[in-house]
Design a protein around this ligand. Structure first.
Ligand code: ADP
Ligand code: MG
Length: 336
């Protein structure tokens, strides 16, 4: 009798198992989605094919990594490593290895973009009023004085700083302020992806306010149209790469019919005004984020020339007249 009961239990378990697997196969792949807030934007994590508990744990750790990076690179706090550097402005300093590495990467991209991407523009960004977190606080728009801008341009510039491996920075002549706003978001997402990968997650998407990195399947992502809020300019598929967009519509104000926005030309200190929007696809989001800003300043001809010369980098640009321009291989990513 006892033996028979064991057989029945085994058979039941076998069928239960079979049933379990067959239902599992017939349902859609499992998707876990979580929305968080960091880096002044909404961060959306999507994980496919994992149990909720595994996905939740991975997302929490990836999010913690983003917060950690923000606390190092933010220039809104005097306590962060960048905040301290801006406050104390020592003639030379020793950087943490993480900050040193991102400075080296920033310098590399500054060189590649012929000075268009520059992480030393903090003072100019403040002068233009784009360092105020709450736009509601701005009662009246006052344009900065031209002489003030010129003075700030002269105090600023990557050309004035010197980096010495493994961790030294010399900033004798650099009296401006570091602002990694155009690269830190991409870097934070890349590090969050590293955390996901280390935890064994293979199919995921991280979307930080339209700057996206995804892998494991074809992820569809839309690029916002720079003038029509509800319209997408282009829809792309990414799998194993990253996409970032910089535009003149994210932070801007208008005065006497002129649009002033937050992407500045380091050479003039004024907003770059040849383009409306630049989208870059690159293997990682650190590169895509920084190049989108740099390309915006360069204008479409130079930007496309540079994108075409870089391996695995593509761009899609809408110029100030609304005309579209693309690098040679961008079409491969467009969703057909
Ligand atoms: P968002 O942060 O809105 O995604 P970007 O990635 O283009 O947009 O970064 C813009 C920010 O980068 C600005 O708010 C400013 O802090 C900083 N910045 C502005 N101009 C430049 C530039 N030429 N090079 C590097 N950083 C810049
Ligand atoms: Mg950027």
């Amino acid at each position: 009798m006892k033996k028979a009961l064991v057989y029945v239990t085994v058979i039941l378990l076998f069928f239960a198992g079979g049933l379990y697997f067959s239902t599992e196969k017939s349902i859609e792949p499992k998707v876990t989605k979580k929305v968080k807030f960091a880096l002044g934007t909404i961060i959306e994590f999507t994980i496919k094919d994992e149990e909720d508990s595994t996905a939740d744990k991975a997302i929490n750790e990836a999010y913690a990594e983003i917060l950690r990076i923000d606390s190092i690179f933010t220039d809104y706090s005097e306590q962060s490593e960048i905040g301290k550097l801006n406050l104390e402005k020592p003639a030379f300093d020793t950087l943490s290895s993480e900050v040193y590495s991102l400075f080296v990467k920033s310098r590399e991209l500054w060189l590649k973009t012929n000075g268009a991407f520059d992480i030393t523009l903090g003072e100019l960004v403040t002068l233009w009023g784009f360092k105020i977190k709450d736009a509601e606080l701005v009662k009246e728009i006052v344009l900065p004085d031209k002489k003030e801008i010129l003075d700030a341009v002269n105090r600023t510039g990557m050309s004035k700083i010197y980096l010495q491996a493994p961790d030294k920075i010399y900033l004798n002549g650099m009296k401006g302020q570091f602002d990694l706003g155009a690269i830190a978001k991409g870097y934070a997402v890349d590090k969050a992806c590293e955390v996901l990968e280390k935890m064994g997650i293979k199919n995921y998407l991280v979307n930080a306010g339209g700057d996206v990195r995804g892998t494991g399947s074809e992820w569809v992502t839309g690029v916002q149209h720079p003038r029509q809020k509800d319209k997408l300019a282009v829809i792309v598929n990414i799998n194993g790469s990253a996409i970032a967009t910089s535009g003149d519509y994210e932070q801007f104000f208008e005065k006497d019919g002129v649009r002033y926005h937050h992407i500045l030309n380091p050479k003039t200190g004024f907003p770059a005004n040849d383009l409306m929007s630049v989208t870059v696809i690159a293997p990682d989001l650190t590169t895509a984020d920084a190049l989108a800003t740099g390309f915006f300043v360069m204008g479409y001809k130079e930007a496309i020339k540079l994108a075409d010369s870089l391996e695995n980098v593509e761009c899609y640009i809408i110029d100030a007249s609304g005309q579209e321009h693309q690098s040679k291989g961008f079409y491969k990513y467009i969703r057909s």
